[in-house]
Design a protein around this ligand. Structure first.
Ligand SMILES: Nc1nc2c(ncn2[C@@H]2O[C@H](COP(=O)(O)OP(=O)(O)O)[C@@H](O)[C@H]2O)c(=O)[nH]1
Ligand SMILES: [Mg+2]
Length: 301
């Protein structure tokens, strides 16, 4: 299956929901009038674009329809696609991995898919010929490092881990030394998502960041926030909190195969102005798609 087909398949639930509702709007109205706009806005909110983003998208559409004197709803559909693509393109869609090593710190609450996403990214990078090192910074349970180890084996990446309960920043320190010694190209750092409060989490992530800054001052760095696409607008609230405390530079939205609310991707990109760089559409190694805004919108509509 090619990329586009795979995105399409992964978004089946969202697409089915949208083609029932949105499809109905575009085919059900013979002209672009007030009712059409209202119905369209409602559909976009239902698909989890969120009220703010849905209202903004429809406002922009009104403007384009007026300026370009569009008459047919089919033309409005094409214009809407353009608007959504623009909303999604808020930065480079690729991870910045300019230095050897580069560091990607992966954060997010428990269960969203951090470890799985790291495994998938490692698989892709190894396939591209990069030497990848995984750092087991989630030291809460031994099982977390075990899970990462399985992904290391599967993908062909190296792993650095310590005992359960170890200081994550110290595991990161070890990982960086190993990466330097082994001339790794990319360091992917797994973290725990179950720190009891915001302050705690902030301290932990700051400590890790300071180690990276000190040991690899010139390295390319990304802070990749993983969000569970099935949590809808709650995910957006979570993302806003993480943005505040952790300087998020990129987003991965997982589990889009399991939701009819794929519109959350647009809400997240628009509300946070942080680029979505990956979408997860399944549990297997190749179920992570690089994010191409145009393909995503085509697959959605
Ligand atoms: N269907 C589906 N499941 C996913 C996806 N990404 C992760 N998962 C599953 O979500 C669960 C939690 O993932 P995990 O990586 O352990 O989350 P973490 O706690 O953030 O590290 C696991 O059962 C994964 O297989 C995805 O894109 N689609
Ligand atoms: Mg994990």
């Amino acid at each position: 299956m090619g990329f586009f087909d795979k995105i399409k398949a992964g978004l089946t639930k969202t697409r089915d929901a949208l083609s029932n509702t949105l499809g109905g709007v575009f085919s059900g109205f013979s002209q672009i009038d007030e009712d059409f706009y209202e119905e369209l806005e409602e559909c976009l909110i239902l698909a989890d674009l969120g009220v703010d983003t849905a209202v903004k998208a429809v406002e922009r559409l009104r403007k384009i329809v007026k300026e370009q004197h569009l008459k047919e709803t089919e033309q409005a559909k094409e214009a809407l696609k353009g608007i959504l693509v623009e909303m999604l393109e808020v930065g480079s869609p690729e991870l910045k991995l300019d230095t050897n090593p580069s560091v990607v710190l992966v954060i997010g609450v428990n269960g969203v898919g951090k470890t799985t996403t790291i495994g998938k990214i490692a698989t892709q990078l190894v396939k591209q010929g990069k030497k990848v090192l995984l750092v087991a910074g989630d030291t809460f349970r031994a099982a977390a490092a075990d899970q990462l180890q399985v992904w290391a084996g599967r993908s062909g990446a190296d792993i650095v881990r310590q005992h359960e309960g170890a200081d994550p920043a110290s595991v990161v320190f070890d990982g960086i030394q190993a990466a330097k010694a082994r001339k790794a190209d990319v360091i992917l750092v797994d973290t725990a998502g179950r720190l009891h409060n915001k302050q705690n989490l902030m301290n932990e992530l700051n400590k890790i960041s300071r180690i990276v800054e000190r040991e690899l001052p010139n390295a390319s760095r990304e802070v990749l926030l993983v969000l569970d696409g099935t949590t809808g607008q709650n995910g957006l609230i979570q993302a806003k909190q993480f943005k505040e405390i952790a300087g998020v530079t990129a987003i991965a939205l997982t589990k889009l195969d399991g939701t009819a609310k794929g519109g959350i991707v647009i809400a997240v990109a628009d509300a946070l102005q942080i680029p979505v760089k990956f979408i997860g559409v399944g549990e297997q190694a190749d179920d992570l798609m690089p994010f191409v805004a145009k393909d995503f919108v085509e697959a959605l509509l």
